[in-house]
Each structure stands twice: as structure tokens, then as C-alpha cells.
Design a protein around this ligand. Structure first.
Ligand SMILES: Cc1ncc(COP(=O)(O)O)c(C=O)c1O
Length: 386
């Protein structure tokens, strides 16, 4: 029956991150610096709220967009943290992770033949959805702009088919974020066009040198921007599957239909835990961020000492050093590193062709594991250089 499967589905692949991670399981003594998930447990009070929800039988369907309590909590959180104003009633949708928010947003706006501009290298969660819609991903080479999708790069790649620009910052896999001037220029370019902006701000609570500011706060941008965010990274809740999206009611009323027929609503137990996280735990990311920042300093200087070309990230928990000087493709480099030194990192090709001269190192790992992993990398590089 396989021949009858939708050809667009047949063409997409399991992400390179997962493919590589699955290979790592064949090396039980390997150290992994691959995954983008916090190594801290979900805060205790948030877990308690989930348990209480079960005990109190809060185990039924909720409103499709999420309970009123949750949407109020999201609205208050984004107002206080990022000065974003969205109506509980019709401009906030709780989703099953940021992943679902990305999926339903793109499926709501894209039709066959549309073009979507996105940076390269980039998180691999967008391209397959774009392709499933019959639209075309237009990856823009950001290697010369410190991995930033700038206004001038967007302008050069815009055509009359451009429907959407995806703006993920701080970025996975590079950790780079956008400055006020860079955001302003993008807003200036796009505000009077018919182009949507999908602003993936899932790492907004994990910025190091400047506070996060959403592109939706710039003049003329609220009407056209769908803000994606969630609690996976900020509250170490990856397994709870909780994200949210914010948008003008003109857009969200349509996204809500796609969401309804997709998941009906987010798990009610998760929703109760998320209310606690966004209210009593609104600053839960802070102690984690402080630890990530120390690890960033350590990992960055170790990689610099190893002589790897690298930009200092402004957020998230990834570093994206260049391996170009070794003349190896990233998949071969990562495979050899795994086989010889039992260290797993993600080959940059997992983040589009523009990532093939790089590897992604996640520092969402304990300091001891980071040190051991970096020692192994150093040994490996010393051998390559001989
Ligand atoms: C940029 C980016 N967006 C979205 C996601 C998906 O987040 P979630 O686990 O909440 O679906 C990730 C996960 O790594 C990510 O890095």
C-alpha cells in the first residue's frame, strides 16, 4: 500500500537531530551533548499542581484554546515579561508544545506555491510542515551575518509569492539573537507588506546579554505576526507538551479551527501545571538561566581555546562552532567523533545545507558531563590536526 501514501509525506524525513540521537543509543558509554532539553527537573510546585489536577478530577476537555485560567495566565505573563497585549477571549491559544503551534499556524496560512523565507542554518521543525502544505521553503544563507536573518537578506529573497518569514530568535542551533536595530529594520521592511511573520520565541526566557523583545511589539507588526512560545525550555517542561501562540483575532480565529481538529485541547492536567508555572513560577527560568550562562562561558572559552571559529550566542543553550578547517562534512565528523571518542554532538547538516560546516553542541548538560565531553572533543581535534 505504500505507493498510495501522500507523496509529500513520503518525501519528508525524520529530523537529523533524532536520526543522529538514535545512532548514539548504540554506544552506551557515549557522552551526549546533543539534545535541546533542559537537564533540570520541572520545578516541584509545578509538578504538584499537575498532581493536584488529577486528584481534583480536572481531567476533562477544556475550551479548545485552553482554560480561561490558563489563557489569562499566558496573557499576564507575556504582558509583564515582554509588554505584549493579547485578549484572553480570542487571541491566545494553548498548544501541544511549540511544535503544534508552528504546525497549525503554517497550515492556516500556507497554500500551494507559497514561499516561506527562513534562516539557514535553522531548527528543523519548520521545513517539513511547509512542504506538507505544498509551499516552498526558501532558506537564506546567514553564515556571513553571524547567523542572523537580517532585513537586507529578507528583502533580497522576497518575491511576489512570499507568504511568510520565519524569525526564530534566540536561535536553535546557533544561539544568536537579534538586536533592537536589527528587529526594527525587519519591522520597517515588512510592516506594509502582505507577509506574515512567524516569530518563534521559545527561548525568550533564556537570553544572556539583553532582555528579549518580541518583533510583535514593533509598529505595524502585531497585525501580521504570530508569536510562538511555550514552557518546554523556560520551565523544563518538554514532556508535558505545552506551548502557546499569540496573534491578532483575525488570524487566531482561523488557527483555532485547525487546532480543534488536530488535538481538541492541550491535556487538562498539563494546563493546570502551566497555570502554576506562569503565575507562581513566572521567574522559574532565572536560576536555570544563571547556570546556563556559567556553562556558556566555560564551553565558549574551551571551544575558542581549541581554535574553532565560533560566534558568542546571546541566548538558548547551544553553541555552533565551525569545523570547516578539517575539510570534513558534518555528518562524517560527528560519526567519527562518536566512534573514536564516544562523544555525540549534532552534525550541522541537520539544520539545512548551510549548517554542514558546523556542529551543534548543547550545554544543557551537567558541568561534569560538559567537561568530559569537551576533553574528548579536544583529544579528537588534536588527532585530526596531526
Ligand atoms: C526553535 C524551536 N522551536 C520549537 C521547538 C519545539 O518546542 P516544543 O518542545 O515546545 O514543541 C524547539 C525545540 O527544540 C525549538 O528549538
Amino acid at each position: 500500500m505504500e505507493q498510495w501514501i501522500n507523496p509529500r509525506v513520503k518525501e519528508i524525513q525524520i529530523s537529523g537531530i533524532r536520526q543522529f540521537f538514535n545512532r548514539v543509543s548504540a554506544y552506551p558509554d557515549a557522552i551526549s551533548l546533543t539534545l535541546g532539553l533542559p537537564d533540570f527537573p520541572t520545578p516541584e510546585h509545578v509538578k504538584e499542581a499537575g498532581k493536584t489536577a488529577i486528584d481534583e478530577n480536572k481531567t476533562t476537555y477544556t475550551h479548545n484554546a485552553g482554560s480561561i485560567e490558563l489563557r489569562n495566565a499566558i496573557g499576564r505573563f507575556v504582558k509583564e515579561k515582554y509588554n505584549l497585549d493579547y485578549e484572553t477571549e480570542n487571541e491566545i491559544i494553548a498548544t501541544s508544545g511549540a511544535s503544534e503551534a508552528i504546525d497549525i499556524s503554517l497550515r492556516t496560512i500556507l497554500v500551494e506555491g507559497d514561499e516561506v523565507i527562513l534562516p539557514g542554518p535553522v531548527y528543523p521543525g519548520y521545513e517539513p510542515v511547509i512542504r506538507l502544505c505544498g509551499a516552498k521553503p526558501v532558506h537564506v544563507d546567514t553564515r556571513e551575518t553571524e547567523f542572523k536573518l537580517t532585513a537586507s537578506l529578507i528583502e533580497k529573497n522576497m518575491t511576489d509569492r512570499t507568504k511568510c518569514v520565519i524569525l526564530p530568535y534566540p536561535s536553535n542551533p546557533t544561539g544568536m539573537t537579534l538586536s533592537h536595530d536589527e528587529r526594527k529594520e525587519i519591522a520597517h521592511l515588512l510592516k506594509d507588506t502582505n507577509v506574515f511573520v512567524l516569530s518563534d520565541e521559545i527561548y525568550s526566557e533564556l537570553t544572556y546579554d539583553q532582555a528579549h523583545q518580541s518583533i510583535a511589539t514593533y509598529e505595524g507588526m502585531r497585525e501580521k505576526t504570530i508569536v510562538i512560545n511555550g514552557l518546554s525550555k523556560s520551565h523544563s517542561m518538554t514532556g508535558w507538551r505545552i506551548g502557546f501562540l499569540l496573534g491578532d483575532a483575525d488570524i487566531t480565529q482561523h488557527i483555532l479551527k485547525v487546532h480543534q481538529y488536530n488535538v481538541t485541547c492541550v491535556s487538562s492536567i498539563t494546563q493546570s501545571a502551566a497555570v502554576e508555572a506562569l503565575t507562581n513560577g513566572k521567574d522559574d527560568a532565572k536560576p536555570m538561566r544563571e547556570i546556563y550562562e556559567q556553562r556558556l562561558g566555560y564551553t565558549y572559552s574551551r571551544l575558542q581555546d581549541m581554535g574553532l571559529g565560533i560566534h558568542k550566542p546571546g541566548g538558548a543553550f547551544y553553541l555552533f562552532p565551525s569545523i570547516k578547517k578539517y575539510g570534513m562534512k558534518s555528518w562524517d565528523f560527528a560519526t567519527q567523533l562518536l566512534e573514536e571518542e564516544k562523544l555525540a554532538v549534532v552534525p550541522g547538516i541537520a539544520f539545512s545545507d548551510y549548517g554542514d560546516d558546523y556542529i551543534r553542541i548543547s550545554y544543557a548538560y551537567h558541568q561534569d558531563q560538559l567537561k568530559e565531553g569537551l576533553d574528548r572533543l579536544e583529544r579528537f581535534l588534536n588527532r585530526l590536526e596531526k
